[in-house]
Write a protein that binds this ligand. Structure first.
Ligand code: DQA
Length: 148
């Protein structure tokens, strides 16, 4: 059976491409999903791609991942900096978590320098644009398949 990787996107990322393109670029979330699906296919991974502007919906999706996913790639967006609920949910998830930020949060306003999610993440990719999502997928592709 193919391993499923959950790709979770937080608030305002549905507006990628239109939202502050000088910071986040011109690619849309649909563009990112397309590229990730193509790469996942090559690597024999299945994706569950999700975006929500609601904290509780992201928490619910992480709970679902507990039963379904071999890993999580998450861009929690603004919730990175505020959400203990998302951190707590991720702490109930046993497989690896990779946190992605399109922009380099450490070069930006001080309130973006801390992410609650980072303490749970196996790895954090920030500032490489949307390539960060594909690099996160590469990490999962490079991992030995459980039970193999
Ligand atoms: C972001 C960075 C966050 O600070 C911001 O709130 C976002 C996007 C990024 O991908 O660079 O919405 O997570």
């Amino acid at each position: 059976m193919q391993q499923v990787i959950y790709v979770l996107n937080g608030p305002n990322l549905n507006l990628l491409g239109k939202r502050q393109p000088e910071i986040y670029g011109t690619e849309t979330l649909a563009d990112i999903e397309l590229k990730m699906r193509a790469k996942a296919k090559q690597q024999g991974l299945e994706l569950d791609f999700f975006q929500s502007n609601h904290e509780g919906a992201i928490v619910d999706k992480i709970h679902e991942a507990r039963e379904m996913a071999a890993g999580i790639i998450i861009n929690p967006a603004a919730y990175s900096h505020t959400s203990v609920a998302i951190l707590d949910a991720l702490n109930t998830f046993d497989a690896p978590v990779i946190e992605v930020h399109i922009s380099n949060i450490h070069q930006r306003e001080a309130f973006r320098h801390h992410s609650w999610v980072s303490s749970r993440a196996e790895g954090v990719i920030a500032g490489l644009g949307t390539l960060g999502y594909l690099l996160a997928l590469e990490y999962f592709a490079s991992m030995p398949v459980a039970g193999a």
